[in-house]
Design a binder for this molecule. Structure first.
Ligand code: NAG
Length: 486
């Protein structure tokens, strides 16, 4: 949510807080990875009253949670050796088509079924420690323009039925998030929770375990802590009027630290910290998956038998060295987010490596892009495909002078050309010519904000971008992918 204006953010963060009836109050505990068939806990929606009997019962399909291993970072030497240039999906080196992948559907659609939700951010169903989040329209916005889940103190208490005294007694967990473009500083505490993403029937899909920022202060702050980033607003800031401690807003993006959101580290990104994955076990099968989902750099998962392999519908050579179970990352499509990259779901993509923002694991920079203003030669810069805003934000030294800078359509600014990842536009090109901006289903945004800058070259293309492109990120190795649907 770069450059997000305050009003937009404020309106997005307010929801009704009503729980959606009828849903089970809590999830059952996760299964043990070694629990024998017949003693599995199952999701209460499947067999609410007899979970222990369900797994072995013929004629029933059961859904169980399989643990997902934490990712093991690759070495710096491996990162440094990544190939330059536009790459086919083979660069991801996916050893086989793992099943550790899941679809989290958006609850809202655009002009019709299967269309990108043009007018607002895409929303998903989820729960926090077993308590469902609900509002009208349904679900929580997933924002690729910020990182981490921020929850207002009032919402924390009233919606999630949490005690504040459990939160603010841990000064070591003091936390903040500064949204540099919207001049908003949130301060509060990190609290580790389970966030379970749901499908449209409110069945669990994946579970992330991450610190969330529970904030008890939200101020407008023009000069905050960057680059010292100590959570203190220079000059104290101005309290945001209204119910500023009501809200919940989820950022799943990467590369935001380069835009001043210094506390947006990868360890608070829900989609980079998945710890459970629900899978269906065929009716009557006694072969329950007992291995973990794992990643390419992790430990080799244990497969007890070929029958187990059969149940999993995977094919892989046994005993292959360095063979994790999948690729930690996700794909944004028009209708939902695919968590977990596989050979099949990455096949239509082209990839390019991401620079490291820091040596923290998974701390990548924004994707590279080459931006041409009018007929100028394009300049290398950074791209932000931001699901959280519909407006596009463009910065370049080539923006014609003016105060304020000219907003398209304007005689002095007639087009912006986005070449991905560089002037060769091997991954895609969009020409923003302002002819039909904002119409539903169009890649063009409804409005633009442009800034003439000294050196910064940047474009937040806004969420309408997803009407034409799917984006992918390989969180472990730092590749971003583009699938041009045209
Ligand atoms: C998250 O859920 C897992 C599995 O149920 C549990 O072991 C863990 O303690 C939970 N974490 C938190 C912070 O509640």
């Amino acid at each position: 949510m770069s450059f997000t204006n305050f009003l937009l953010f404020a309106s997005l963060t307010v929801y009704t807080g009503a729980a959606r009836p009828p849903v089970p109050p809590r999830l059952l505990p996760a299964v043990s990875p070694r629990a024998p068939p017949g003693t599995q806990n199952v999701h209460p929606r499947v067999v609410p009253d007899a979970p222990n009997a369900a797994a072995a019962a013929p004629g029933r399909t059961v859904t169980i949670e399989v643990p997902v291993a934490a990712h093991t970072p690759p070495s710096q030497a491996v990162i440094d050796a990544r190939a330059a240039g536009v790459q086919s999906p083979s660069v991801l080196n996916i050893p086989w088509d793992t099943r550790c992948s899941a679809f989290i559907p958006f609850t809202n659609v655009g002009t019709g079924s299967g269309k990108w939700p043009d007018e607002s951010g895409p929303r998903v169903y989820l729960d926090v420690d077993g308590v469902d989040v609900y509002r009208t329209p349904a679900g929580v916005i997933v924002d690729t323009g910020s990182t981490g889940f921020a929850i207002g103190k009032d919402t924390w208490i009233s919606t999630f039925h949490k005690s504040w005294s459990d939160v603010d007694t841990a000064p070591a967990n003091r936390a903040w998030k500064y949204l540099s473009s919207s001049d908003l500083l949130y301060t509060g505490y990190w609290v580790t929770v389970n966030i379970t993403f749901k499908d449209l029937d409110w069945k669990p899909v994946i579970r992330a375990e991450v610190p969330v920022l529970v904030y008890d202060s939200k101020v407008t702050c023009t000069a905050a802590n960057y680059p010292t980033d100590n959570g203190v607003c220079v000059g104290g800031g101005t309290a945001v009027p209204g119910n500023s401690l009501v809200g919940a807003y989820m950022g799943v993006g990467y590369g935001r630290r380069g835009d001043g959101m210094m506390e947006c580290t990868p360890d608070v990104n829900p989609l980079f910290n998945v710890r459970g994955w629900w899978t269906v076990v065929a009716a009557g099968s006694t072969h329950i998956p007992t291995a973990r989902c794992n990643y390419r750099n992790g430990n080799i998962p244990t497969y007890p038998s070929f029958e187990y392999i059969h149940v999993q519908h995977i094919s892989r050579p046994m005993g292959m060295a360095n063979d994790g179970g999948g690729i930690l990352g996700y794909i944004v499509t028009k209708t939902g987010i695919i968590w977990g990259l596989t050979g099949s779901n990455t096949a239509p993509f082209l990839f390019h490596r991401l620079e490291q923002f820091s040596t923290l694991p998974m701390d990548w920079a924004m994707p590279p892009v080459c931006l041409a203003i009018n007929t100028n030669t394009c300049r290398a810069g950074q791209l932000l495909p931001d699901t959280g805003v519909t407006t596009a934000y463009v910065s370049s030294p080539d923006i014609p002078a003016g105060n304020p800078a000219p907003a398209p359509p304007n005689g002095a600014l007639s087009s912006i050309t986005v070449d991905m990842p560089d002037g060769g536009h091997g991954m895609g090109r969009v020409v923003y010519g302002y002819v039909s901006g904002g119409v539903a289903g169009s890649v063009l945004p409804p409005r633009y904000e442009v800034r003439r800058t000294g050196s910064r070259v940047y474009m937040n293309v806004g969420s309408h971008f997803f009407n034409r492109f799917e984006t992918a990120v390989d969180a472990e190795m730092g590749y971003y992918g583009i699938n041009d649907l045209r």
